[in-house]
Ligand binder design. Structure first.
Ligand SMILES: [Fe+2]
Length: 193
């Protein structure tokens, strides 16, 4: 056994020996609030790469750890910044540590205590407690690169979050990111379309 778990390639967003996954806009249809804008992009032939995850699974037993290197590209659907699908852990008590490496972004954390939005920046670490939905949003102009470190047994639960949804969206407003209540944002879209 070696002490070296993996090399990080921050340019390509790869962990050596990792499993690589890509998510395009068409994979994230349910994740954005502004359905009209996403439909317009997809029907116009736009299906950009939104994010990639490179995962190294270091064991699968109680006490083991997995690490994921995420690269979330800059871009928007309408006014909403590019985001990850978001999830809660299948074993919801599992917590996670995020480490910002490049770029400028935010994380949305949501649980029974409410919703919070925290900056995800290089050289910062964030703690995602158990029983908490978490989503990453790129609010800058370059790729947002970060590590997530979590128990091997955590798992990912995407399905229950599709029904629950996040209560806030992060949109561009006169050049700066703004956090808006999702239902208010949807109302404003209805008024503008
Ligand atoms: Fe997670």
């Amino acid at each position: 056994m070696t002490d070296l778990l993996s090399h990080m390639d921050l340019e390509r967003g790869m962990l050596s020996g990792g499993v690589f996954a890509e998510r395009r806009l068409s994979d994230l249809r349910d994740a954005f609030a502004d359905q009209r804008s996403i439909d317009r992009m997809l029907s116009g032939g736009e299906d950009p790469l939104v994010y990639t995850v490179s995962t190294v699974e270091h064991g699968s037993r109680e006490g083991d750890q997995h690490i994921g290197l995420g690269v979330l590209y800059p871009g928007r659907v309408g006014r909403e910044f590019f985001l990850t699908r978001g999830h809660r852990h299948k074993r919801p008590e599992a917590s996670e540590v995020y480490v910002g490496l490049r770029g400028t972004g935010k994380m949305i954390l949501q649980n029974t205590s409410g919703t919070s939005v925290i900056n995800l920046l290089p050289q910062s670490t964030l703690f995602v407690p158990g029983h908490t939905d978490h989503r990453t949003v790129n609010t800058g102009g370059e790729p947002l690169v970060y590590l997530g470190i979590y128990p091997a047994w955590a798992g990912h639960d995407y399905a229950s979050l599709v029904e629950r949804g996040f209560t806030v969206v992060i949109v561009e407003d006169q050049g700066v990111p703004r956090v808006l209540d999702r239902s208010e944002f949807l109302k404003s879209l209805g008024a503008n379309h």
